[in-house]
Design a protein around this ligand. Structure first.
Ligand SMILES: O=P(O)(O)OC[C@H]1O[C@H](OP(=O)(O)OP(=O)(O)O)[C@H](O)[C@@H]1O
Ligand SMILES: O=C(O)c1cc(=O)[nH]c(=O)[nH]1
Length: 184
């Protein structure tokens, strides 16, 4: 496992994750598992200072990968993807974002994947926190069904999703581990 590249924004982002997002107390996770703490990254990815930092740090983390589109399973992935879109637009180039619905939509255009068409395009699948990896893998499956090519998965915090994503044959990158957050 290679360490994420050094970045001047990374230290401040880590401070904000610990300050804003780590909540101690009994919770039930998306997978049904019980835990004694929760990382509510929505409190960071929708925060005025946190969101731009997330965009820049995640772009830095994936700077050597080539992808046309960024997105993942709604809702946690959405502000991560749009932060990266804005970081790209403010910097070196353009990046589209997409939102993968948890289930298909029965009315309107009935699209599971919202945003500019992803067919034939390379996609970086993102996530805020990954515990079992099932959310990004659901996004990967939906994107492939839509004719896109998922090239890797990148998450802000890895809570344990790496093994499942790598077992599915995809590269996995995380800006922060639980050890970074002092939770392991
Ligand atoms: O690794 P996993 O087992 O998939 O769990 C992690 C997922 O759980 C959270 O989302 P949640 O399912 O609570 O839904 P939300 O994004 O709509 O809040 C989080 O945003 C991840 O998407
Ligand atoms: O596994 C989850 O559902 C989960 C864990 C966590 O720490 N944060 C989160 O948003 N979801």
């Amino acid at each position: 496992m290679t360490a994420p590249p050094a970045h001047p924004d990374r230290d401040r982002l880590l401070e904000l994750v610990v300050e804003l997002a780590v909540v101690h107390g009994r919770v039930t996770l998306s997978s049904g598992q019980e835990a004694d703490w929760y990382i509510d990254l929505r409190r960071l990815t929708l925060h005025h200072e946190g969101a731009p930092l997330v965009g820049r740090v995640m772009r830095q983390l994936t700077g050597d990968l080539r992808y046309d589109v960024v997105g993942g399973l709604t809702l946690g992935a959405d502000p991560v993807a749009t932060a990266m879109l804005h970081a790209a637009a403010a910097g070196e180039g353009f990046l589209d974002a997409c939102v993968v619905r948890k289930t298909g939509k029965a009315h309107g255009l009935q699209r599971r994947i919202e945003g500019p068409d992803v067919g034939g395009r390379t996609v970086l699948v993102v996530e805020d926190v990954s515990t079992t990896g099932s959310s990004p893998l659901a996004a990967v499956e939906a994107l492939r069904e839509a004719g896109a090519e998922p090239i890797a998965v990148a998450v802000v915090v890895d809570r344990g999703g790496r093994a499942a994503v790598e077992a599915a044959g995809l590269e996995y990158r995380a800006a922060f581990t639980l050890a970074d957050l002092g939770l392991r």
